[in-house]
Design a binder for this molecule. Structure first.
Ligand SMILES: [Fe+2]
Length: 238
C-alpha cells in the first residue's frame, strides 16, 4: 500500500474505531462445575484473559503505528483474526457452560436436532465423534439460517475452518490446555464431563436469535420469506 495512504488509514481512520475489549468474569463456573478441577478452570480463565489482552495490544499497536510500518501493519492484521477468534470462542464456550446438561424436549434446539438426526443421542454421537478430531481446536454446533440447517463442525486452532455467517450455538474447547492437567489424554472423559454442564438455555437463546441476524434477513427475503422451523416457532421480529 502507498505509504501516504497507509499513514492516513493508520493516523486518521483507525483511532476512531479503536475499542478496548474487557475481560469477562467466568469464575462463577468453578462452583457450578465441581467435576472440573478449579485449578484447571483458573488456568483456563487466565489463558482467555491473554487473548483479550493481545487483541487490545494489537489494536494499540495499530493506533500508534507510524507511516513506515507497512510490514508490521500486515503482520498485525494477519495475527488479529487468531487472537480475536481465540477471545470470542472462549467467551462462547464459557457462556454455554454452568448448566445442568439437560436439553428440554420442547425447545426449538431439541426439535431441530430431532428433525435432522432423528434423536438427541444420534446428534450427540456425531458431535462427540467430531470432538475426537486429531489436533487442537474446537467443536461447534452451528445453525445455518440460509439452509435452516444444524452443522457439527471442527475448527482447527482458533481461526481455520470457521463457517462464515453460520451462528455458533454450542462451542467446546478441544485445546489440550482445556483438559490435559486433569483428564490427561482421556479427551472422551473430558467431553462427557463438559456435556454434564452444558447450559442448553443459552444454546437455545442463540438459536432463537440466529434467524434474525442481518445476513439471515437478507436470505429470508431472497427465498421469498419461506420460514424455517426456528422462525415458525418464534414470534416475528421486526
Ligand atoms: Fe481454551
Amino acid at each position: 500500500m502507498n505509504r501516504i495512504i497507509l499513514s492516513l488509514v493508520v493516523s486518521c481512520i483507525f483511532p476512531l474505531l479503536a475499542v478496548e475489549y474487557k475481560v469477562r468474569d467466568y469464575k462463577y463456573l468453578i462452583e457450578k462445575m465441581p467435576k472440573i478441577d478449579s485449578g484447571l478452570q483458573e488456568i483456563h480463565f487466565k489463558l482467555y484473559e491473554g487473548y483479550v489482552n493481545q487483541v487490545n495490544l494489537l489494536n494499540k499497536l495499530l493506533e500508534n503505528m507510524g507511516a513506515d510500518s507497512a510490514f508490521t501493519f500486515q503482520a498485525i492484521k494477519r495475527q488479529m483474526g487468531w487472537e480475536f477468534d481465540g477471545m470470542v470462542l472462549h467467551e462462547l464456550f464459557f457462556s454455554n457452560l454452568g448448566g445442568d446438561g439437560k436439553l428440554s424436549p420442547n425447545s426449538v434446539t431439541s426439535k431441530k436436532i430431532k428433525q435432522q438426526w432423528g434423536s438427541y443421542e444420534k446428534w450427540m454421537e456425531e458431535f462427540k465423534e467430531t470432538c475426537n478430531e486429531r489436533g487442537i481446536g474446537w467443536t461447534i454446533l452451528y445453525y445455518d439460517p440460509d439452509k435452516d440447517l444444524l452443522i457439527n463442525a471442527w475448527i482447527s486452532e482458533h481461526s481455520t475452518g470457521l463457517f462464515a455467517t453460520a451462528t455458533p450455538l454450542l462451542v467446546v474447547d478441544l485445546w489440550e490446555h482445556a483438559y490435559l492437567c486433569q483428564f490427561k489424554t482421556d479427551r472422551n472423559k473430558y467431553v462427557d464431563t463438559v456435556f454434564e454442564y452444558i447450559d442448553w438455555g443459552v444454546v437455545n437463546d442463540r438459536m432463537k436469535n440466529a434467524p434474525f441476524s442481518s445476513r439471515a434477513k437478507e436470505l429470508r427475503k431472497e427465498r421469498g420469506d419461506q420460514m424455517s422451523l426456528v422462525e415458525k416457532t418464534l414470534p416475528a421480529k421486526s
